[in-house]
Design a protein around this ligand. Structure first.
Ligand SMILES: Cc1cc2nc3c(=O)[nH]c(=O)nc-3n(C[C@H](O)[C@H](O)[C@H](O)COP(=O)(O)OP(=O)(O)OC[C@H]3O[C@@H](n4cnc5c(N)ncnc54)[C@H](O)[C@@H]3O)c2cc1C
Length: 501
């Protein structure tokens, strides 16, 4: 074991939306900060998919196995690299709605209130939108929460077919909005170019890549993290820091806490509540594809969002969820998870190559909140990481899909130049391996018996330990999580800066 005897002020573990953003926020303090990232740098080009063959590749699956409820192995769709999952995300950076912070009754149960409210997050959402250069437009979506400032950049132009469909949706009485997109000079803004790269301009920041943290060690009384053990390349290291911040993603942060169990924390570090790893949420996600008669490029961003059914429908008083166009199908990583969609399309149009199919179709992405459930959890059985997850809120999700089919029928009837193959709309639901929107495994709250983290995302049990990834969410909402993770990292950053003096 190699002992790194420099004592760092802060050690951040993980460089995704949470960790990368926090490193940027803390860099100007001049404090000595070590960032440990298990992945390597990943060229941006490799996430700008231009080859439909990628659908058949396992490009974004690490060589790692997790196990499901019954112990069957699967390869998680998660990305280990500098920037984490933001290296492959779509850059849709949406605020949670004001009501998402309150208790909301769903058809399948209660979505709990957050201990902080939208007004507490609003200044950080504004800071996050500036940092990640969000392009958007206010005033289109009736569910859009109050913004103290408008988006820092104007909305992105839409592909002509997508614009025509959005216009038709408006004519039919719906409220399509321009999705807020993080966009910089080199494409989507991510936690590498927005977080880590600028942070590294300060010489007080050290980044180690291929540095997988394997264990957190506490002092004998268990009140502090004393050392962080990591495998850097092939060698084992011990690092020492005054403050340790986990940002490994909701599943991996919980796994690390559980795996580091010791005499003073027999059920896992900071797990006096028994809640570490529990309440895993990942939203119900489906893709619906429409065949088109006219060709599109297959290469365009997601630009249409629709929240008309976010809080319910005329005959259903419970929330249904959020809809967005899936972007060009040649770019959409998620289609690598949805072979039934592509084989469904292939059956409908025999003789078409995958590329031809992808340019004669449009995708829609539907997401419904799932509810926290103690039995949906991350845990170890022996040395195997199990992700035990049973989806809930399925009727709401089905209703969202069927409601959207109806809406699309109306669009197809009006847009006959684009659609003359109406009626074929294959749907695919995302399997367990799609953990893109994972959250909730270390929820924050005031009460140490019902939460793992306090309001500053510091663990109730271990004074110098924080978690700034999506673990802290008490509920998942139906919008995508990254902007809330980023805003929270900025918020927690302020609290850590206060502590650092
Ligand atoms: C295909 C795809 C598309 C998406 N699109 C969107 C979108 O458009 N909008 C949106 O809001 N959200 C989107 N998401 C979700 C979004 O990417 C996540 O919500 C966000 O990245 C979560 O941030 P995080 O900090 O919690 O974790 P991550 O970004 O996953 O970062 C975790 C980091 O920790 C590192 N790590 C893990 N374990 C260890 C360890 N033991 N030691 C050291 N390092 C470790 C990882 O390598 C990674 O860098 C998408 C996700 C995927 C997969």
């Amino acid at each position: 074991m190699i002992i790194d005897d420099r004592n760092y002020d802060v050690i951040i573990i993980g460089t995704g939306a949470g960790g990368g953003t926090l490193a940027r926020k803390l860099a100007p303090t001049g404090k000595k900060i070590l960032v440990l990232e298990r992945g390597e740098y990943q060229a941006k080009e490799s996430s700008e998919l231009e080859d439909v063959e990628v659908f058949k590749k396992e490009q974004f699956h690490p060589i790692e196995q997790w196990f499901d409820n019954v112990g069957e192995p699967f390869q998680p769709q998660t990305n280990y690299a500098v920037g984490g999952n933001t290296k492959i995300y779509y850059g849709i950076l949406t605020r949670m709605r004001e009501r998402d912070f309150e208790e909301v009754r769903h058809q399948d149960g209660i979505s709990p209130a957050w201990p902080l409210k939208y007004r507490d997050f609003e200044p950080y959402y504004t800071e996050a939108e500036k940092l990640y250069q969000v392009h958007g437009k206010l005033g289109e979506d009736p569910t859009e929460p109050h913004h103290s400032e408008s988006y820092p950049f104007p909305e992105v132009d839409r592909d002509p077919q997508i614009q025509a469909i959005a216009d038709t949706l408006s004519q039919l009485g719906y409220h399509p909005s321009h999705l807020p997109l993080g966009l910089g000079d080199s494409g989507r803004t991510d936690a590498e170019d927005t977080g880590i790269t600028p942070a590294l301009q300060s010489d007080n920041i050290t980044l180690k890549t291929s540095a997988k943290v394997v264990c957190l060690h506490t002092n004998p009384s268990g009140t502090e993290i004393k050392a962080v053990q990591a495998k850097v390349g092939e060698r084992s290291y011990l690092f020492f820091g005054n403050i340790v911040v986990l940002a490994c993603g909701a599943i991996n942060s919980a796994a690390l806490l559980l795996h580091s169990a010791n005499e003073t924390h027999p059920n896992g570090i900071a797990n006096r509540s028994g809640l570490v790893g529990r309440n895993l949420m990942k939203q119900q996600l489906s893709v619906v594809v429409q065949l088109t008669s006219s060709v599109n490029s297959g290469l365009f961003p997601r630009t249409v969002g629709l929240n008309d059914f976010y809080w319910g429908d005329k005959d259903f008083p419970y929330p249904l969820g959020h809809i967005q166009n899936a972007g060009g199908l040649l770019q959409d990583v998620i289609f690598s998870e949805a072979p039934p969609i592509l084989s469904g399309l292939a059956r409908l149009l025999p003789g078409f190559s995958l590329r031809q199919l992808a340019t004669r179709s449009l995708g829609w992405w539907l997401q419904t909140e799932d509810l926290p459930n103690l039995d949906n959890r991350v845990r170890f059985v022996g040395d195997k990481l199990r992700v035990e997850y049973t989806p809930n809120n399925l009727e709401a999700h089905d209703r969202l899909v069927y409601r959207w089919f109806d809406v699309l029928k109306g669009v197809e009837a009006k847009q006959t130049a684009i659609f003359n193959r109406g009626g074929t709309r294959p749907r695919s639901d995302m399997p367990l391996s799609v953990v893109a929107h994972q959250c909730g495994t270390c929820r924050f709250g005031e009460d140490p018996t019902t939460s793992v983290l306090n309001l500053n995302c510091q663990t109730h049990d271990v004074d110098n330990l924080y978690v700034v990834d999506s673990s802290f969410f008490p509920s998942s909402a139906s919008v995508s999580p990254a902007l809330t993770v980023i805003a929270n990292a900025l918020r927690v950053g302020d609290s850590i800066i206060g502590r650092l003096g």
